[in-house]
Every structure is written in structure tokens, then in C-alpha cells.
Design a protein around this ligand. Structure first.
Ligand code: FES
Ligand code: FE2
Length: 400
């Protein structure tokens, strides 16, 4: 996506006021939520260089399982090969660009294109091109199957989340995730993400929201709306027990000192090994930029991936994770159900807020608004991150 010199200068000027210190700064202006041109620029020049969440590894639990993902209009395919290894490809046939997989499925041995029936194995190699050489001939001179396999997407899996780096040239995933791992090491130790896994059902929730993906992220960053949007949550986890998390370059959010471990009947969910006993009521809710929302408590964790659809629509996909016996034992089914119900309620309560803010961004009377010096600091952190990414992408942007 190319922008004109004038557009680039205008955007840069607006972004300067977004990066100003909280209190002086304005929020991102309307066009960052409504303009399809900027949305395309954001995908190809801003988000492509980062690590974006697109699926859960548990969406494809067994060999042959495959799930299509549409990320900002870009078709991707997440699958497990015969060796049970995860793979991510561009979900497009090398021949005439047909979409290969259109719904969640279990592949037997190949991915067969529904148009002219070319087939790829689950490692992306093109292995069959029926009738390519005419009647009865499945090969032809001058055509080498090995040059036309599926296009691979660079990926990493962390705490069940499948992250992709679309440009293929971004920083290593280890570098990307290191600040979060070090922030949470005092709670879950080294490699703590392995202590949590998706339990038996129920543990997933999928929501469609009519808003730009960034509104879902910034709404999660703040606790300010708790008393009005989440009155039930605010009773057991009140606003005055929350604190802002704002001292990080690649994430922000909030936390509480008053988290109550989940208990239904006589069964308390087990906690992960090594969690400090004197901080058992500590919980953190972080937006890991750009599009992952995380919750960490001693007895369960969760991730919400926010998948942008178009400039004004997004998918929110929740996966809850547990530890030890809570993963599978029937004794914990009621607790697992209670956890899902509580987060289901919270995330549904937020929908009217993020959709209302999206509608508000069509108002010429609004242009970024005010980010107040206390309650909106994590949101300011996210806006500044977006602005810095944009500015760096604009430096190398091509002009029309
Ligand atoms: S487009 Fe896939 S085989 Fe022709
Ligand atoms: Fe909320």
C-alpha cells in the first residue's frame, strides 16, 4: 500500500501528539479506526513486522487437523502434519490462486485444491498435478513441482497461542516474548507457560465484534470502566484494588491484589507449582502488543486473540488454560464451567463499549479524545506503541 508524500506528512504530524506524555497526548485520531487505506498499510507495514496471534495450537489437536484463518483479509492455514508438528501456510493454491481450505477440517494425507485438483502434502510440497500434460499425463516438460509448493509462514507457539511473523524478517520470537517472560518469572518461574495447558472442555469462546481491533485491545488495557460495565466483577474484584501496568515497552494493562481462587462446591482449582504463597491473590491482565490479551492467575490463565477482519470488524477468540488435575478430571468440570462462564460474561459485557466507541469514531467532533493522566495511562502506552510502529514504518514507506 503506497501513501502520498502529503499523507505521510499528515500522519506523522498527528502521531507526534499521540506520543506526547500522558496528560498532554491525544488518542489516535479517527482514521486509524475507520480508513481502509490505513488499515491495509497497518497490515503490510506495521503488523507484518511484529508477531501477531492468529490461532490456538489446540484448534488443531491431532495430525491432519487444519483450520483456515483470515487475518485482515489475508487467508492463512494452520495445520498439523502427519508427524503432529504444527505448520502455517498461506492458504492459497500456487496455480490460479484458489483458496485451498475454507473450513475447519481433518485432512487425510493431502491438501487438495478444489479447482484443478493439485495436491500438496502436509509439509507444503506440491505432489500431484493431474492432467497437467494433457489427457492421461500428470506431468509436463518444463514444469517442476518442487518450485510450486505452499508458501510458508514463519510462526511460533507460546502458551498454546500460534503467533506469526508475516514479513518473515521481524525480531526473533524469543526476543519478542522475553519481556513478558521476565515480568511473569516471579510468579510462574522459568518456562512457566508450559505449566498451563488447555483443559478439557469447556474452555473456548468465539465472539464477533463490530469494531476495529485496536479498540478491543485498549478497552482491555484499562480497569477504569469496571464499576459501570462489569458491576458483578467489580464486586469481587473492585477497581480500588487494581493497579496499572504501564512500565513496559511492548505491553500494558492492569492487575489486582484481590483475586479469589476459583472454587465450586468443595473443589478448589489446583495452583501452578512455584507460585509464591504470599501473592496468591495477585493476578495480571495484560495486552501483549499487538493483538493478544492475557490473564494470569495462580489457578488458571487465559488468552484472547483479537483477529482483525476489516477496518471495523474483529473476532475475539478466548482459550482458558489450567494446570495439573484441573486439566482433565471430572471433579473439576464444574469449576472449568464456572471459569468459562465468568469470562464469557465479562467479555460479552465489553461488546457494547467497543462497538459504541467504533460508532463514535465516525463523528467529526471527535479526533482522538483525551487520555487522562491516571486512568488512561495503559491506553496511552498502547497508543504510543502503535504510533511508534507507524512512524518507523512510514520512514521506509514508498510514495505514490
Ligand atoms: S487453482 Fe488450484 S489447482 Fe488450479
Ligand atoms: Fe472490560
Amino acid at each position: 500500500m503506497k501513501l502520498s508524500r502529503q499523507q505521510i506528512d499528515d500522519i506523522n504530524t498527528k502521531l507526534d501528539t499521540v506520543i506526547d506524555p500522558a496528560g498532554d497526548a491525544r488518542g489516535l485520531p479517527n482514521e486509524f479506526y475507520t480508513d481502509p487505506t490505513l488499515f491495509a498499510f497497518e497490515r503490510d507495514q506495521v503488523l507484518a513486522n511484529s508477531w501477531v496471534a492468529v490461532a490456538f495450537a489446540s484448534d488443531v489437536p491431532e495430525p491432519g487437523h487444519a483450520i483456515p484463518v483470515e487475518f485482515m483479509g489475508m487467508p492463512l492455514l494452520v495445520l498439523r502434519n502427519k508427524e503432529n508438528e504444527l505448520r502455517v501456510y498461506h492458504n492459497v493454491c500456487s496455480h490460479r490462486g484458489m483458496l485451498l481450505v475454507s473450513e475447519q477440517t481433518r485432512l487425510r494425507t493431502v491438501i487438495r485444491c478444489p479447482y484443478h485438483s493439485w495436491s500438496y502434502d502436509l509439509n507444503g510440497q506440491l505432489i500431484s498435478t493431474p492432467l497437467i500434460g494433457g489427457a492421461g499425463k500428470n506431468s509436463c516438460d518444463g514444469f517442476a513441482n518442487e518450485a510450486h509448493g505452499l508458501k510458508v509462514v514463519r510462526f511460533a507457539v507460546w502458551m498454546d497461542i500460534v503467533f506469526v511473523n508475516l514479513s518473515g524478517t521481524g525480531q526473533s520470537f524469543d526476543n519478542y516474548i522475553a519481556p513478558l517472560e521476565s515480568r511473569w518469572a516471579p510468579f510462574w518461574g522459568t518456562g512457566g507457560e508450559h505449566k498451563f495447558s488447555p483443559g478439557e472442555s469447556p474452555g473456548k469462546l468465539d465472539l464477533s465484534v463490530n469494531c476495529n481491533w485496536k479498540l478491543a485491545i485498549e478497552n482491555y488495557c484499562e480497569a477504569y470502566h469496571l464499576p459501570w460495565v462489569h458491576p458483578t466483577l467489580n464486586e469481587y474484584s473492585p477497581l480500588d484494588q487494581h493497579f496499572n501496568i504501564n512500565d513496559e515497552a511492548s505491553m500494558a494493562g492492569q492487575g489486582t491484589h484481590q483475586y479469589d481462587l476459583v472454587q465450586t462446591d468443595a473443589t478448589k482449582l489446583p495452583t501452578i507449582s512455584g507460585w509464591p504463597a504470599d501473592r496468591i491473590h495477585h493476578a495480571e491482565y495484560l495486552a501483549l502488543y499487538p493483538n493478544t490479551l492475557l490473564g494470569l492467575q495462580a489457578d488458571h490463565a487465559f488468552a484472547v486473540i483479537v483477529i482483525p477482519g476489516n477496518v471495523g470488524t474483529s473476532q475475539e477468540r478466548l482459550q482458558i488454560l489450567y494446570t495439573g488435575a484441573a486439566l482433565t478430571q471430572a471433579d473439576y468440570a464444574a469449576s472449568r464451567d464456572a471459569v468459562l462462564q465468568s469470562w464469557d460474561k465479562v467479555f460479552r459485557e465489553d461488546i457494547f463499549a467497543v462497538e459504541g466507541m467504533q460508532k463514535g469514531r465516525s463523528s467529526p467532533a471527535y479526533n482522538g479524545g483525551v487520555l487522562t493522566p491516571l486512568q488512561d495511562i495503559p491506553t496511552h502506552n498502547f497508543h504510543s506503541w502503535v504510533a511508534r510502529q507507524y512512524k518507523s514504518a512510514l520512514k521506509s514507506a514508498q510514495f505514490k
